[in-house]
Design a binder for this molecule. Structure first.
Ligand code: GAL
Length: 648
């Protein structure tokens, strides 16, 4: 196993003399691999049909001589000005029909035939030239698909969306049925009448919105697969990847992960936010979970400050290493940065890099060199597998459906999933992220927050989990609609109701906590001697076999069940008729963990310390700004960490 260390390398921004210095300094820093040429299209191909290989040959050979491997980019993320000038119809558009013009990056409509043809020509030429080059150990397709430009509404998108719909529904009547188009006179008589969800006078058809998001994720993936096929056709055998962005809404990474040879991910937590390490931990757990048993790579992070937030705080001394260890502890076999050498011009010149503009006298450089040496000395680590006994469900289809407007309350799915995650992370309990149809064997507890859209396969899987001895927690606003965002016959919770032993009458929206409007904003309920605060919804449920573990206290549902449990088969199915706040999630999770015999990775740790198991390696990391004392009397300084092996 190689622990990769390095970053994006953009030598085209520098004269050749600098490249020699780069390789020398990369060796000093312990760099093993660079992601080369991610935005180099205009330099590789200065005109249609014309390729300039000389500089790239030189750089790749130089790196190879220096013992540095290449993750070779396909450079398709930023089409050059000659391309967008010759084929302006490849430019994307927003929902108002306004064009995204060149001058930045990612100025391409994913469905554009011209973009696809030009990208294919570039990748074919690159792959044929470098497929067998001994320096190339990985292929980096495009960059952060969907970033900046989440959705394209251009005519190219319209044509492709219609074709996607025709393939899915076959007949326009099937689409009309699925979309419920008799509402507001939306019935179509031909696929040609359908447009992407562009600006409309009022709320658009929710099933159409949902299909457009599915289409977008599929279309971006189609681009990746096009490039991957070209790379393989050229005889390249190295792993092919594209960099993910944590839990990124427009791309269903469960679907994408199947096509990745190795998962790679980018991470930019805000150093100003003392809690940002928890969301970062969540994203890293997601990456491991997307392809269990396969090491993944942290493809991008900053060594120090960013350039793109309103204020870009530096990372504290040691924080870069701590966040890197957070990834390694969760199964990463590579720590990479954006970027190797800080740019001297352009939008990102204030973005930190491994080699700062201020040179090698800097703290950043010292930390980069030190961490490189540390990684090189790291012992062989087991592949991150199934070390967690708790799983949290994250489902993109449901996310997209929840994003539709016109619900009882606005629910931020990712924030609510992360609320559960953070509450459990504080208890030092290890978590996998799963999709509702994942194999749930081996988990003791599965938490499924707000599974509003629940397919029959997913429902059957969750029910089977509980019946076979698992503890399943379903929370408010779940099992409401089918895959077309339409109600099922028979009310709500039509699939899970029997397992949960309840039925749901109404949603009982609350005023947003902290909002200034009148109305009830909190729905407290009692739970074994404590009071849990429910937010956003206080549902009116009825016991139909389940027992109430907690009842609402005060407010319009005073005395009605809030938290229930139903024994099913060998397991238990819990239902929460509200959405607890941070402390509430912690209390509910703790109660279920006690019943399910779930234990933390390590006991007695302070809140700012996280504990993660990777096979026989347990890593403790202090993300706080104070030195902490561990239960064995050892101390961890701010951003200090320790990796212990079982039996040590
Ligand atoms: C990423 C991107 C990099 C760089 C970085 C800056 O989203 O992939 O190219 O722009 O952000 O933080």
């Amino acid at each position: 196993m190689t622990m990769h260390y390095g970053g994006d390398y953009n030598p085209e921004q520098w004269p050749e003399a600098v490249w020699y210095d780069d390789v020398r300094l990369m060796r000093e820093a312990g760099v093993t691999m660079v992601s080369l040429g991610i935005f180099a299209w205009s330099r590789i191909q200065p005109a249609e049909g014309v390729f300039d290989w000389e500089w790239l040959d030189t750089v790749i050979d130089l790196l190879h001589e220096g013992g540095i491997a290449v993750d070779l980019a396909t450079a398709t993320a930023s089409p050059p000005p000659w391309a967008t000038t010759a084929y302006p119809q490849m430019l994307p558009q927003d929902e108002n029909g306004a064009t995204y013009w060149p001058g930045s990056r990612q100025q391409f409509a994913p469905s554009s035939p011209e973009y696809r043809r030009l990208a294919a020509e570039l990748v074919t030429a690159l792959a044929e030239r470098y497929a067998k080059h001994p320096a190339v150990v990985m292929w980096h397709v495009n960059n952060e698909y969907g970033c900046h430009l989440n959705y394209d509404y251009s005519d190219n998108a319209a044509v492709a969306f219609r074709a996607w719909l025709a393939a899915k529904y076959e007949t326009i009547d099937a689409l009309n049925d699925a979309w419920g188009t008799d509402f507001w006179s939306q019935r179509y008589t031909s696929f040609e009448q359908i447009v992407p969800p562009r600006k409309a006078p009022y709320s658009r058809n929710p099933a159409g919105e949902l299909d457009f998001k599915r289409f977008t994720s599929d279309t971006l993936l189609e681009l990746f697969l096009m490039e991957k096929r070209i790379i393989r056709a050229a005889g390249a055998t190295q792993p092919v990847t594209t960099n993910f962005m944590g839990a990124f809404p427009p791309a269903d990474y469960w679907r994408w992960a199947r096509e990745m040879d190795v998962i790679t991910d980018d991470n930019y937590p805000d150093p100003n936010d003392p809690e940002s390490f928890r969301a970062s931990a969540f994203a890293r757990d997601l990456m491991r979970s997307l392809k269990p048993e396969t090491p993944w790579i942290l493809m991008e992070q900053a060594t120090n400050a960013l350039n793109w937030r309103p204020t870009n705080a530096p990372k504290a001394p040691g924080q870069m290493a701590a966040l890197s260890m957070q990834a390694i502890a969760r199964g990463a076999d590579g720590i990479m940065f954006f970027q190797w050498r800080q740019s001297r011009a352009g939008s990102e010149k204030f973005h930190s890099a491994m080699l700062p503009q201020a040179g090698t006298r800097t703290r950043t450089w010292r930390e980069v060199v030190d961490f490189g040496a540390e990684l090189a000395a790291l012992p062989e680590l087991p592949v991150g597998a199934r070390d967690a006994h708790v799983a949290i469900v994250l489902d993109w289809q449901n996310w997209w459906a929840l994003e539709n407007p016109d619900h009882p309350a606005v629910l931020d799915y990712l924030a609510l999933v992360q609320r559960w995650y953070a509450a459990i992370h504080r208890q030092h309990v290890q978590v996998d992220i799963v999709q509702p149809t994942s194999d749930l064997t081996g988990y003791g507890v599965v938490i499924a927050p707000q599974l509003y859209l629940l397919t029959s396969d997913a429902a059957a899987n969750l029910i089977a989990f509980a019946e076979s001895g698992g503890h399943l927690l379903v929370t408010a606003f779940s099992d409401i609609v089918d895959e077309n965002d339409a109600f099922r016959d028979g009310g709500y919770l039509t699939q899970l109701g029997r397992t949960l032993g309840i039925w749901l009458e109404d949603f009982g929206a609350l005023v947003v906590p902290g909002g200034d409007g009148p109305g009830q904003s909190a729905a407290p309920f009692d739970l074994v001697g404590t009071t849990v605060t429910g937010t956003l919804l206080a549902e009116e449920i009825h016991l139909d076999g389940a027992a109430a573990l907690g009842r609402f206290v005060g407010g319009r549902l005073d005395g009605r069940p809030a938290f229930t449990v139903n024994p099913v088969g060998a397991g238990r199915a819990y239902y929460l008729a509200t959405i607890p706040d941070d402390e509430g999630c912690a209390a509910v999770a703790a109660a279920i963990f006690a019943a399910a015999d779930i234990h933390p990775v390590a006991f007695g740790l302070p809140d700012t310390v996280e504990a993660i198991r990777r096979g026989d390696a347990v890593t403790l990391i202090n993300h706080g700004t104070h030195t902490v004392t561990l239960p064995d009397g050892a101390t961890l300084e701010p951003f200090g960490y320790v990796m212990l092996r079982d039996g040590e």
